[in-house]
Write a protein that binds this ligand. Structure first.
Ligand code: NAD
Ligand code: UFG
Length: 337
């Protein structure tokens, strides 16, 4: 039996493939390379087994998906494949709804048709917006502020409805801010163009591809005035997916949401300081205006993840920066040759 990993050439999917292999699971990767490259698949195979199956396909291609379920003995699925850039989603809403909802609906239908009942879905803490109470629990109200955010909100609802009446069990994993890389430094985040996210931007400054970081706002109601997030090591996140599959295998959960975060909030300046320690030189930065749409502060209450999945994060901010820097330093241009 095998686990199908959609978006398996992407940042979180590639790390999860390694953790699944280490946990003794057979893995089938699927990706259309819309935001990744074959280099990631080769790097995953080098860390695991040259035999790891990979299918290049678009999840919205029903025929291709049917072929995957016919060819492989799949009994569980982790669904990472999606477009994920908040800003881009505002300018390309129909592409985001088409890709993210079309993929999720097509995949769920194929699973039901082929009798596959266990699904782990990549959701996001973006569904909480700025919560009134921090740390935020899964019971907090949800909504969205961008087309990307709505695709996560709507996907959660679609899967909740599907699990009500169809033979489907789903864990909706709400990720906080994944950073870092596999400690070997051969897989990691390889964003297209200029990074939107803090840590990839900081690391490209460190490696000399960008001149300096712009910190968006220092007048937030936080201890040092910069915005606070719950950064989580991507390997901790990957291991959370293995725990989620184990939980699905042991009991019927229906459809349930679980935060994957550390419970620790770090400010932008704290991240910059940790990155400077990892790199060994100060990261140049300037403070500029707030970025529109940003929230002030959020971090997870991870207690439910521990109770429901038996999972807890083990890596701290220094581990995240060390491993992210190791990847960036060894691969200054990502997977590009
Ligand atoms: P990523 O872009 O690195 O990986 C997603 C992968 O899916 C890419 O390799 C892309 O080529 C593939 N893909 C997209 N549409 C596809 C389609 N129709 N068919 C086949 N493949 C397709 O992103 P990531 O950071 O690894 O994120 C994985 C998931 O986690 C996404 O659903 C994302 O929304 C979610 N998420 C990410 C973050 C984050 O900060 N990275 C935070 C919260 C949630
Ligand atoms: N930041 C800067 N300068 C930069 C980039 C970011 O100061 O060049 C700041 C942001 O203003 C924010 C913090 O660093 O205060 C973190 O920003 P990111 O863009 O790294 O992360 P966000 O929390 O804004 O959003 C990310 C993903 C979303 C996802 C969310 C929750 O981009 O898709 O985490 O998982 F929904």
């Amino acid at each position: 039996m095998a686990v199908l990993v959609t978006g398996g050439a992407g940042y979180i999917g590639s790390h999860t493939a390694v953790s699944l292999h280490e946990a003794g699971r057979e893995v089938v990767l699927l990706d259309n390379f819309s935001n990744s490259s074959s280099g990631a698949v080769e790097a995953v195979r080098a860390l695991t087994t040259p035999d790891m199956a990979f299918i290049e396909a678009d999840l919205r291609d029903g025929e291709a998906l049917d072929g995957v379920f016919q060819r492989y003995d799949i009994d569980e699925v982790i669904h990472f494949a999606a477009f994920k850039a908040v800003g881009e989603s505002v300018g390309r809403p129909l592409d985001y709804y088409d890709n993210n909802l079309g993929s999720t609906i097509g995949l769920a239908k194929a699973m039901v048709q082929h009798g596959v009942e266990r699904l782990v879905f990549s959701s996001s803490c973006t569904v909480y917006g700025q919560p009134d109470t921090i740390p935020v629990t899964e019971a907090a109200p949800t909504g969205a502020e961008s087309p990307y955010g709505w695709t996560k909100y709507m996907s959660e609802q679609i899967l909740r409805d599907a699990c009500e009446s169809l033979p489907l069990n789903t864990i909706l994993l709400r990720y906080f801010n994944p950073v870092g890389a596999h400690p070997e430094g051969t897989i990691g985040e390889d964003p297209n163009g200029i990074p939107n996210n803090l840590v990839p931007f900081v690391m490209q400054v460190a490696v000399g591809r960008l001149e300096k970081l712009r910190i968006f706002g220092s007048d937030y109601d936080t201890p040092d005035g910069t915005a606070v997030r719950d950064y989580i090591h991507v390997v901790d996140l990957a291991e959370g997916h293995v725990s989620a599959l184990d939980a699905l295998a042991s009991e019927s959960v229906g459809c349930t949401a679980v935060n994957l975060g550390t419970g620790v909030g770090s400010s932008v300046l704290e991240v910059v300081e940790a990155a400077s320690r990892a790199v060994g030189t100060p990261i140049p930065y300037e403070i500029v205006d707030r970025r529109s749409g940003d929230i002030e502060k959020i971090w997870a209450d991870p207690a439910h993840a521990t109770a429901a999945l038996g999972w807890t994060s083990t890596r701290d901010l220094d581990d995240m920066m060390r491993d992210h820097w190791n990847w960036q330093r060894s691969n200054p241009n990502g997977f590009a040759v």
